[in-house]
Ligand binder design. Structure first.
Ligand code: NAD
Length: 435
């Protein structure tokens, strides 16, 4: 893209405005608002987060020192139900990022048809640098300090990057010890023994699989033999690789914080998961396996000529800098916000379809919702039952987005925003503004 192409002002390369996650989210919102023709009042009521909580959590370290951890919880919108969203433990997490993630949760829940609003939490910490006992004290402190903002009818946290089922168990216990009521529905993504749902661990990736399958069905493609590259090999990345491989795809590249690993004949996903498990959760030294090559630059995992690219690490991975080099035939977003607003335009122009995060990875929050429902009615459903419900919800959501995209001639991402934001606006108007 060129701008300022006049004799006085020589052409210069377009540079993307500074990328912030909430900046991206706001531009997405504005475009969807334009497509929907929202009024200023409608925009005012759904654009900004409704509640922002910031805290400094004191936590005693194993050596007796007290360390302060900066923490956030943002509730974006609760017009359709209690807020729902994960808690991220990461050294770079900040209020801008958490606010964007909370907004995406609002839209994600609406697109999936889940009666919940959107929230997200974060703690500025590198969890790998803490002992298990320190992580437990930090997880408990987070809930103890912010307890008035949580509850099954208020705001229901879940795991995200850097947090896991065990931490959710500690958080649930802290909530129960403070409130003196057994309310497992206060937190989802818990261990099975204390009310976690069957199928929750794989849910985001299984939802991704259902979306990719539905896309293939509706566009006349066959997944068998399709090549796949996956960025990120945590919960979403490793499960996506596993489930796509089990469905007949050939996973040729995987990556994580340690680098990117490529085998054109296909990565043995189960062996890679075993390798990471035995190696503190990371793939480091996976290039020592037969046929596997480590890419010089881990970001090149995004640029391989594959059928399906699954970004499943963090946001802002595909930007104007590398969007023009993407050669995938389909991008299925496992991560939240992996493609910037401007990069999205480049991919649209190149005709590369993107199944957007707020649809593609919504299997995670969907099974979290099913866990919340099971906890509230005191029942446990089988994994088959949970997966069946998940598939039905994903197919319905995919069809609504796909048909809106076709009907309006817009990308699937914009269609998902249009579908989701319209539902939130309608719910807000049906409730009216309490004064
Ligand atoms: P995770 O912590 O389990 O895994 C993150 C992975 O990304 C790790 O393998 C890490 O090594 C890798 N990574 C980090 N920085 C990287 C980089 N620069 N390059 C390559 N790899 C890198 O987290 P997760 O739960 O799998 O979440 C991943 C993404 O999916 C996040 O955007 C999250 O918001 C989104 N998501 C997760 C769920 C869920 O249920 N877990 C649901 C919906 C969306």
């Amino acid at each position: 893209m060129l701008t300022g192409n006049t004799p006085e002002q020589p052409a210069r390369l377009y540079t993307e405005p500074p990328i912030t996650a909430f900046g991206n989210a706001s531009r997405q919102f504005d475009q969807a608002a334009h497509v929907l023709g929202l009024t200023d009042n409608q925009i005012a009521i759904v654009k900004l987060p409704r509640l922002i909580v910031q805290a400094n959590l004191p936590v005693k370290m194993d050596d007796g020192r007290i360390r302060i951890f900066q923490a956030f919880r943002v509730q974006h919108n609760k017009a359709r139900g209690p807020a729902k969203g994960g808690i991220r433990f990461h050294p770079d997490v900040n209020l801008d990022e958490v606010s964007a993630l909370a907004f995406w949760m609002t839209v994600k829940c609406a697109v999936a048809g889940i009666p919940m609003g959107g929230a997200k939490g974060g703690v500025v910490v590198d969890p790998a640098g803490l002992s298990v006992t320190e992580l437990e004290r930090l997880s408990r402190r987070y809930v103890a300090e912010l307890i008035e903002f949580f509850g099954p009818d208020v705001d229901v946290p879940a795991p995200d990057v850097g947090t896991n089922a065990q931490m959710m168990g500690w958080m649930m216990d802290t909530y129960i010890m403070h409130t003196r009521r057994y309310t497992p529905a206060a937190i989802t993504g818990k261990p099975l023994e204390i009310g976690g749902s069957a199928g929750r661990e794989a849910a985001a990736a299984r939802g991704l699989l259902f979306n990719v399958q539905r896309w293939a069905q509706r566009t006349g493609h066959h997944l068998r033999g399709m090549t796949v590259a996956v960025q990120g090999f945590g919960n979403v990345g490793s499960w996506s690789a596993r489930l796509l491989a089990a469905d007949g795809c050939r996973v040729v590249a995987i990556s994580d914080i340690s680098g990117a690993y490529y085998n054109p004949d296909g990565i043995d996903v189960e062996a890679a998961i075993g390798h990471a498990r035995a190696n503190r959760g990371i793939l480091a030294s996976y290039e020592t396996k037969p046929g596997v090559k480590k890419l010089d630059d881990a970001m090149h995992v995004l640029e391989l000529p594959v059928d399906i690219l699954v970004p499943a690490a963090l946001e802002n991975q595909i930007t104007v800098k590398n969007a023009g080099r993407i050669r995938a035939r389909l991008i299925a977003e496992g991560a939240d916000g992996p493609i910037t607003y401007d990069a999205d335009e480049i991919l649209n122009q190149a005709g590369i379809p993107v199944i957007p995060d707020i649809l593609c990875n919504s299997g995670g929050v969907t099974v979290s919702y099913l866990e919340w429902v099971q906890n509230r009615i005191g029942l446990f459903w089988s994994e088959e039952r949970v997966n069946r419900d998940l598939e039905e919800i994903m197919d319905r959501a995919f069809d609504a987005v796909y048909e809106t995209a076709q009907h309006r001639g817009i990308s699937m991402r914009m269609a998902a925003f249009v579908v989701g934001i319209e539902l939130v606006v309608r719910a807000s108007e049906a409730r009216g503004l309490y004064a």
